[in-house]
Write a protein that binds this ligand. Sequence first.
Ligand code: GSH
Length: 224
Amino acid sequence: MIKFYYNTAPNPMKVALFLEESGLPYEAIPVDSRKGEQFAPAFTALNPNNKVPVIVDGDSVVFDSNAILIYLGEKTGQFMPTDRAQMLSWMMFIASGIGPYSGQAVHFRTFAPEPKEYAVNRYMFEAKRHWGIIEAHLAKHSHMVGDSYSIVDMALWGWARLVPFVLGDDAIWTTYPSIKRLLDEVNARPAAVRAMAIKDRHAFKAEFDAEAKAHMFRHTVQPA
Ligand SMILES: N[C@@H](CCC(=O)N[C@@H](CS)C(=O)NCC(=O)O)C(=O)O
């Protein structure tokens, strides 16, 4: 059975969605980042980057969410677009652009100390630029690659759910109606409902207190 190391953040949720869609048997193992469990030696042995998600499938260990989606898609033959070139292109765009810029936009807007205008402006600009590219693409295409639901839509879904939070704008869907269309389509799938319910399986630390910040923002306690 696949072991799925997770928390309820955007990158693990993409993998939860695939696991629920595919019907693969899996065991969900919580890694509570706010308690520093990502730095336990046994977890570092699986992912030297100390982040979730990770899967262990027999002798195979896979970390990084989009790598996991490609691995599981290839393993099962499910939800794989026929256009491999476009699949790889958009999977890397989401992994290297959407995720990091969205994450850093939230970080600098919400947590960075003043003065932060330059950093907030840069990351908000880049986050919006990346989401704008997705919106323009989905305005012309029903799905991210090809004309049916695939691992690329799952990769996008992990972050798309949080766009209003990421950009600090509850009215943002009027700017990104095509992303919202695809998000609503995926959210309505029974597997997505089950994936979103994964948060109820384990009790994660709720407080974002000094201990949580020390684990998740290590540069604040251990400068470069
Ligand atoms: N590139 C990685 C990023 C993984 C990542 O940033 N995971 C976050 C949750 S979404 C995490 O583990 N954060 C805990 C920490 O940074 O200590 C992926 O796509 O899986």
